[in-house]
Write a protein that binds this ligand. Sequence first.
Ligand SMILES: [Fe+2]
Ligand SMILES: [Fe+2]
Ligand SMILES: [Fe+2]
Length: 438
Amino acid sequence: MKGKVTMISFLELTLELSRASDMVSPELNNHHRLVAYITYNLGEELNLNEKQQNHLSVAAILHDIGGLSMQERLDVLKFDALNPHKHAKIGWMLLKDYKEFSKEAKIIKFHHVDWNNGNGLKKDGEDVPLESHLIHLADRIATLISKDDKPFNQAERIYGRIEEASGKRFNPEFVKAFERLKEKEYFWFDLESISCSSNYYKKLSFNDQLIDIDALIGIGKLFARVIDFRSNFTAVHSEGVAAVARQLAQFSDCDEMTCKKILAAGYVHDIGKLSVPTEILEKPGKLTEDEFSVVKGHSYQTYVLLDHVKGLEEINIYASMHHERLDGTGYPFKLKGEDLPLGSRIMAVADIFTALTENRPYRKGMQKEAVIEILEEMADDNKIDKKIVAILIDHYQEVTRTRIKKQTKARKRYKDFELALEEDDQMEIQRGKTHGIN
Ligand SMILES: [Fe+2]
Ligand SMILES: [Fe+2]
Ligand SMILES: [Fe+2]
C-alpha cells in the first residue's frame, strides 16, 4: 500500500471543525460561519490588513469551540448570556498549545469581554486583544438576527440594539464600522445564504495556507481533544485509537506515509461525534430510538465532514469506515470486505480493541484473555480482519503499552483541564459573593 504526499488547506480543515461543532443543534444555524462572515466584513470596513484578517477569520470560525455541551452552545446564543467566559476559556485551553493557533487562542479567550469605556483592554491583569472586541461585536450582531424574518429587514433594529451599548459593551470605533456596513445591502443578503455563500470563502482563500501531513497530524491531535474532552467517558478514546492504529499499520508493513495517514485518521475517526449532544453521549440508562440513531450517525457525519476537505480522501476512508464490518453488517454504507482497504480494517480493530481495554469512569478496561476471545470470535464471524487480529495478538504487550502510555498522558491533560475549570468556577463564585450577586 503506497501513500501519496498531499497538501491540505488549513482553512478548509478549520471550517470543518467549526461546522462539526455547529451540527450539534439546528438552532446554531451555522453560527461560527455567520460570525466569521460578519467579522470579516467589519474588518474590511476598518481596513485591516490580510494578516490581521486571517487570524481574525480563524479565531471567529472557532470562537465557540469551547462550548462543549449543546446547552452551553445554546446559552451563549442569548444576547445577554450569563457567565459567557467559561466557554471562552475552554476554547483558549483547547487551542493554546498549538502553535498554528496561538494567536487565535488568545483572541478567543477574551471574546466576551465588554469594552467598558476602554477598561476592557485588560482582564484580570492580562491584555485583551482588540481582535477579541471585534469578534465580541460580530458575535452579538449574529445573536440578534432572528430566523423569523429576512436579515435585511432587521438591519435597523439590530443596529439600534448595538448602538445602545456602544462604549459600554462595544468599542465605539467598531460600532461606527458597523454603522457603515449596515448600509450595504449585499451584507444582509449574504447573511441569508451564509452556508452556501462562496463570496466570503473565495476572499479568504487568498490567504489560505497548505499544510503537510505532519502539520495535519498536529491539528488532528487538537481535533481529538475537542472530540474527546466533551465527555469524561471518552476523554482519551481517540488518542488511544490513533496510537493503536498506527502501531498496527507499522506491524502490517505499511509505508511511512500510510502509517502517518492512519494515525491522522485515528485522531479524527469520531469527529462526527461533535454532532451528538453530550446530553446523549452521557445519558445514563437506555437511549431512545431517536437518540440511538443520532449516535449511530456519527461515523456517517465523520465521512461528510472530511469529504469537504480536498486531499483527505484516503484518510477519510480509513477514518469513517470504522464501524463497517467485512460481512456487510456494519454501518453506515454496508460495505463488504472487498471494499474495505487495509487502513479501514486496521481502524475497525483499533477502535474495538481500544474501547474494550480503556478504563472508563464507570468501569475498568477488560483483561487480555477476554479481549482476545471477543476479537477472535469477531474475526471467525468475518466481522473484522483475521490477519490484523493475529498481528495484534502477536504484539499484544507492545500495543497495550503504547495505548496506556498515550492515554495516561492524555488523561493527565484532561485532568489539568478539569482542574483549571473548577478553579475558574470557584473564582466566579467568589466574584459573585464580593459583588453581592450570590
Ligand atoms: Fe462565545
Ligand atoms: Fe458565539
Ligand atoms: Fe465511532
